[in-house]
Write a protein that binds this ligand. Sequence first.
Ligand code: PA5
Length: 488
Amino acid sequence: MTPVTLCYGNVLGPLLGPDRGPDPAALEAGGELCRRFEAAMAELHRRREAGELGFLDLPDDQALARQTGELADSFGQWFEAVVVVGIGGSGLGARALAEALLGPFWNERSDEERDHFPRLYFLENADPDTTRELLDRLDLRRTLFNVVSKSGGTAETLAQYLIIEDRLRSELGEEGVRGHLLFTTDPSTGPLRGLAGEREVPALPVPPNVGGRFSVLSPVGLLPAAVVGVDLDQLLDGARRMRDRCLTPSLRGNPAGLLATLLHAADVDRGQRVHVFMPYSDRLRGLALWFQQLWGESLGKRPTGSGSSPRRDPDPGAGPSPGDVQGPGDPGGVGPTPLAALGAVDQHSLLQLLMDGPRDKVVTFVRVRERDEPLPIPRSHPHRPALSRLGGHSLAELLDTELRATVEALRRGGRPSLTLEVDRLDAHSLGELFMLWQVAAVLAGALYGVNPLDQPGVELGKRLTLGLLDPGGEEGDGPPPDDPQWSV
Ligand code: PA5
């Protein structure tokens, strides 16, 4: 089993052009990037010792994985459909995992083709069209709702829950409500935990020191994976092996260290602050969205500590709180802009911008070396070169060739990219990828001088929403209505 490999030559000066990327000497002991990395590693170890990085220990938590697997087994026999209800970190990881491992048409497969594992749906948004249509289509007698919320208090998720509870009660009676629900939430606090105790709804714990976007290897991701037969041991083994690689103190041997250090340097040293994540596999579209949330919510904020980012707040300790009215000279916080893309589709959408637009981007590609079925392209139409030259190859080969050509075209233009190479999309490699980016996010947080584990900027929007829904309530009033003079 070949581990996930990070190819990073195409961000460095020798391949890109001396002014276009760092000198490799900067990565060696005593070099500038190595020094930054070592400071970031020290901060990671400090946080770990303070007990803040629970996600690093999830691969070793056999008891939690067993508890989750057993619950999934006991439910799996009864239900034809499982609906995961959760948003942000409580939905994106499980969806990424399912899309990568089940493929695009799992829910269209027959019972036999699914080996009698349930169909799997995700309700993330508080969008009435999606929610109503899904609930109308499901046979509620054979459906399990896994309501996922670390805090147990997220408005979108709780609103969906109330609608689901009401439907279950009216179709199946009070007993049906309990038997068709499973919560995943904090082990002791929050509204969902309280409800679980009161209503005797089974509830899996999310360890208190595991935050939303770092929770995919906790029951948040494990339960949905287990109900459709994903091998949790393989997933966690991949994560464990990658974690160990990512804790190595040598930068050149540490894939998360290289990702974080090179992407941070691209931003703060060269102004490449748009970080594009572009896998060449439909199955990894969900992973790109998961990355986008992890990178954006972990790194986009006002610095609080000592990072190596030159763009940090001039007086970090006394920085204004998110949502405070800022003065005209306020430079804002730090953080790259992550952008989820998909190859080869976005070659016909974003590539022109990547090739010829501002030099403010760095792309991370993901290459999958082996496919279940490469799908040969038939040889035909010998007199039509546009068709005949494709014959004898395969779709897998075409996609891979397009990826390699795109990397090279960018390189010739002096535009940086990294490539993550994955042998196969299986539970092991997914475990590796999740752990790799989570460690990279923590290291990048240290480099930017921010706390990668919080999301204070999200709070103001939540408070204003609740203020509008419940004027005069404990969250205060919402925003004033739009002024008609500025509408057309
Ligand atoms: O990463 C995060 O912490 C957030 O994106 C949360 O996952 C998201 O806001 C949902 O929160 P909760 O799991 O508490 O419902």
